[in-house]
Design a protein. Structure first.
Length: 148
């Protein structure tokens, strides 16, 4: 069970690392350039379409993170699942506390500055998911007997 959780965790996390970097470097900067007239519809469409892409990986990531906290694969140091969980809390907390309210604001009352703030406030998620990717790779290497 623990090995399956680790495989699911590393796969879902690496999907989210790719998604968050795409959002940070491509999507949010483009979202910041839309005129106020089209920003509301773009923001609503963004939320809907993004939900289709991230719902399953985020659910798998969350569940597999919980499993790893109670059942580690042999060779994985006890600290890594907890570090991964803390980083996931930062990523999800930033999503709920920063990104979701800004998207709601963009949909309800589009302002040019809101798009720019999405780019800036997305950095905690980008860093947290990137570090989670490293943590998952370290756990995988440990489980395979690579030390680390």
């Amino acid at each position: 069970m623990a090995t399956t959780a680790l495989i699911a965790n590393v796969a879902s996390t690496l999907v989210m690392v790719g998604v968050i970097w795409f959002v940070q470097h491509v999507h949010y900067p483009l979202l910041a350039t839309f005129g106020v007239k089209s920003a509301a519809s773009v923001a609503v469409d963004h939320q809907r379409r993004t939900g289709h892409v991230v719902a399953v990986p985020m659910a798998v990531e969350g569940l597999s993170t919980l499993v790893l906290l109670v059942s580690r694969p042999d060779g994985v140091m006890w600290l890594w699942p907890w570090v991964g969980a803390a980083l996931l809390a930062v990523a999800l907390g930033s999503t709920v506390l920063l990104s979701v309210p800004l998207h709601a604001r963009m949909a309800a009352d589009p302002q040019v500055d809101t798009g720019r703030r999405l780019v800036t406030t997305n950095w905690p998620r980008t860093v947290a998911w990137s570090l989670r990717g490293i943590v998952c790779i370290v756990m995988t290497a440990q489980a395979l007997g690579g030390g680390m």
